[in-house]
Design a protein around this ligand. Structure first.
Ligand code: KPC
Length: 552
C-alpha cells in the first residue's frame, strides 16, 4: 500500500501493477506485484483526473498486438454502462473482448458526471425540502437559506467519485476478467481495426458505446462563462450561484432545477414544451404530471412553458437571459447561472471512417440486434438515442455481446418503466389513464388522494418517506394511481409520486407486461410491508371482493 497523503513515486509503482494477475488470471502479462486494490485504484484515478496533463499514458491491462496479435471477438469502444456490461457478458460467454475508454475508469459518465451525482443532488434536494418545510417544528432548527451551497455539494461529489470509479476498475479486472485500456482515446481505422497509442488491435466486431452529451441551443452568448450542463457543472463550477435559469424541459431540467431551488438558489425553468409532455417521456399520466408540476411550483420554482430562448447576456460572465414568452413578448431575467437541459446528442466525428447511418437527430441507427448499417459494427447506449437510461445502456451492450457470441437476441426497449426526481421520486409504468381509456371500454382507477378530495386535508398517502409531510401538510405527502381494466381485472398502469417506490416499479412493470398480465386480485394476494411506499397491494385488496370493480 502507498501512503495516501504522501504517495511519493507511488503512482509509478501503481501503474506498473495495473496488468498484474488477479485470482482469475492464468497468463503472465509481465506486470509486477499484486493487482491494485480498490483504494489504490482510487488514488491513481484521482491523480489522473486532477492532473491529466501529467498523465497522458494509457492504463493497459492487456498485451500489445505485437506480444499477442490474436483477434478479439469484439472491441468495445467506450467502457461506460454499455461497454462494461457488454464486455462482461461476452467474456462470461467465453469470448475475448477489449474495452477502450478515454477516461481512466470504467463505468462511463454515470459515476463521473451523470446518474451518481444526480442521485446525490436529488437526495440533498429531498433532505433540504423536508428541513425547510419542518423548520422550527420538532427537532428541526430554523432553516438557514445561506447554508446549502451548490458548489459545496458538487465539491463533496468530486471528492468522492474516485471510489465508485475504482470499484468499476477493480471489479472489471479482478472479478469479471475484462481486458481494457483506459485513459487513452481510440482511433477507428476500419470496421475491424482500432488504434490505441500507436498499436492496432483487430476484432471480428466493434461495439460502439461512446454515449452522448448535452446539445446546447444555438443562441448568442451560449458559450459565456456561467452556462453549464450536467457534466460541466461537475467539472467547472467555481462559484456559488445566486439565481438560476434552466433552459429546456427535459428530465435533467426538472431534476437539476428542483435541486437548485431546494438549495435556496431561486430557479426559473424556460421550456418550449410543457414539462413532462416532451416527446422523450412516454405514458405520463395527466394526474401525475399535474401533481409533480404543482409541487414544483409550490416549492417556488417559476415555470415558463412555451418560452423561446433568444440570448444569454454577459460581460465575460453570465448576467442574464432574454427570451420570448408564449404571447411573443420579450422578457429578461437577470441571473448569474444558466443550466442547459435541452437533451443530448452524440459526437460521431471519430466514426467518420465507418460511414454509419444516422437518424434525423444525429443518433446512430441500430436495429433490435444492436446492429448498425455497417456489418460487424454494433452500437449501444445513448449513442443510439433515447431513452438515456441505465437499463437500456446495459442491456444494449449485453444484447450486442449475445449476438456476437452467436445468439439471435433482440432487445426491444419501446416500453419500459420510467422515473425522475424533483424533491420527490416520481415513478411510472404501463399505460396512463387516458391511454387506457382509449384502448379499453371499462377502465377504473385506484387513486390517492381521490379526485374529489381536498388534498390539503386528505392525509393519504401517508407512506414510507412522507409521514412528516402527511402529519404537517397532507398535500405534500405524495400521489398515486393504479389504472385497471375492470373487465379483465388486469392492471394496465401504475403511477406514483413519493419516496421509495422505484424498486417496486421494476417488478410491477415486468408483471403487467407479461402476456398473461397481472390482475388486481393477484396484486391483492401479495403481502404488503406496511407502511409501504405505494399502497397498491392493500388498495387492490379493498376492491378485490367486487365482481364489477369500481373506482377507489
Ligand atoms: C453506483 C454504480 O453502480 C456505479 S456507476 C455504474 C456504471 S456501470 O456498472 O458500468 O453501469
Amino acid at each position: 500500500m502507498i501512503d495516501i497523503r504522501n504517495p511519493g513515486d507511488g503512482f509509478k509503482s501503481l501503474r506498473a501493477r495495473i496488468g498484474a494477475l488477479g485470482p482469475l488470471r492464468d497468463g503472465d502479462r509481465g506486470a509486477e506485484g499484486a493487482p491494485l486494490t480498490v483504494g489504490e485504484w482510487a488514488l491513481l484515478i484521482d491523480d489522473i483526473v486532477a492532473h491529466p496533463e501529467d498523465n497522458t499514458e494509457g492504463l493497459w491491462n492487456v498485451a500489445t498486438p505485437e506480444e499477442d496479435g490474436s483477434e478479439y471477438d469484439a472491441i468495445f469502444v467506450g467502457g461506460g454502462a454499455s461497454g462494461r456490461f457488454g464486455s462482461a457478458f461476452l467474456k462470461a460467454r467465453g469470448g475475448r473482448q477489449l474495452t477502450i475508454d478515454a477516461w481512466p475508469f470504467l463505468g462511463g459518465s454515470c459515476p463521473h458526471q451523470a446518474c451518481v451525482p444526480h442521485h446525490l443532488f436529488s437526495e440533498a434536494a429531498r433532505e433540504l425540502d423536508l428541513a425547510r418545510h419542518m423548520q422550527g417544528r420538532l427537532w428541526y432548527p430554523p432553516f438557514d437559506e445561506k447554508r446549502a451551497s451548490i458548489a459545496e455539494i458538487v465539491a463533496l461529489f468530486k471528492a468522492g467519485r474516485m471510489y465508485p470509479h475504482a470499484i468499476m476498475n477493480w471489479q472489471s479486472k479482478e472479478q469479471l476478467d475484462m481486458e481494457f485500456i483506459l485513459n487513452a482515446p481510440a482511433t477507428i481505422i476500419d470496421e475491424h481495426t482500432v488504434e490505441v497509442e500507436g498499436q492496432r488491435f483487430q476484432a471480428r466486431n466493434l461495439v460502439l458505446c461512446t454515449g452522448a452529451r448535452t446539445m446546447y441551443p444555438d443562441v448568442p452568448g451560449i458559450a459565456t462563462k456561467g452556462v453549464y450542463d450536467f457534466a460541466t457543472l461537475i467539472e467547472d463550477l467555481d462559484y456559488e450561484p445566486n439565481r438560476c435559469v434552466i433552459i429546456g424541459g427535459s428530465k435533467v431540467a426538472l431534476e437539476y432545477g428542483s435541486f437548485f431551488q431546494a438549495t435556496g438558489c431561486r430557479t426559473t425553468i424556460l421550456t418550449r414544451s410543457p414539462l413532462m409532455r416532451t416527446a422523450s417521456l412516454h405514458h405520463v399520466d395527466a394526474g401525475l404530471r399535474e401533481y409533480v408540476v404543482a409541487m414544483m411550483a409550490d416549492r417556488g420554482i417559476e415555470i415558463v412553458e412555451g418560452a423561446e430562448l433568444l440570448e444569454v447576456l454577459g460581460n465575460g460572465k453570465v448576467t442574464g437571459v432574454r427570451y420570448t414568452e408564449p404571447g411573443g413578448a420579450v422578457r429578461q431575467i437577470d441571473t448569474d447561472f444558466v443550466f442547459v437541459g435541452t437533451g443530448e446528442r452524440p459526437d460521431l466525428r471519430m466514426y467518420a471512417p465507418l460511414g454509419l447511418a444516422t437518424d434525423e437527430r444525429g443518433f446512430v441507427i441500430a436495429d433490435r440486434h444492436m446492429r448498425t448499417s455497417v456489418p460487424g459494427v454494433y452500437a449501444a447506449g445513448d449513442l443510439i438515442g433515447p431513452p438515456m437510461e441505465m437499463f437500456k445502456a446495459r442491456k444494449c451492450g449485453v444484447g450486442a455481446a449475445r449476438n456476437i457470441m452467436g445468439e439471435d437476441y433482440e432487445f426491444d426497449f419501446t416500453d419500459y418503466p420510467d422515473f425522475l426526481h424533483t424533491t420527490y421520486e416520481v415513478t411510472w409504468c404501463g399505460l396512463s389513464e387516458a391511454e387506457a381509456r382509449a384502448r379499453y371500454r371499462n377502465v377504473i382507477k385506484i387513486q390517492m388522494p381521490p379526485d374529489d378530495a381536498d388534498p390539503e386535508t386528505f392525509a393519504l398517502p401517508a407512506a414510507e418517506g412522507s409521514m412528516l409531510y402527511a402529519f404537517t401538510r397532507p398535500v405534500l405527502s405524495g400521489w398515486l394511481k393504479l389504472v385497471i381494466d375492470a373487465d379483465s381485472r388486469k392492471i394496465l398502469g401504475a403511477h406514483h409520486v413519493g419516496y421509495g417506490a422505484k424498486d417496486a416499479f421494476q417488478y410491477i412493470d415486468y408483471l403487467i407486461r407479461r402476456p398473461e398480465g397481472f390482475t388486481m386480485d393477484q396484486m391483492a394476494e401479495l403481502n404488503e410491508l406496511f407502511l409501504n411506499p405505494e399502497h397498491f397491494i392493500q388498495l387492490c385488496r379493498l376492491r378485490a371482493g367486487q365482481s364489477s370493480p369500481v373506482n377507489l
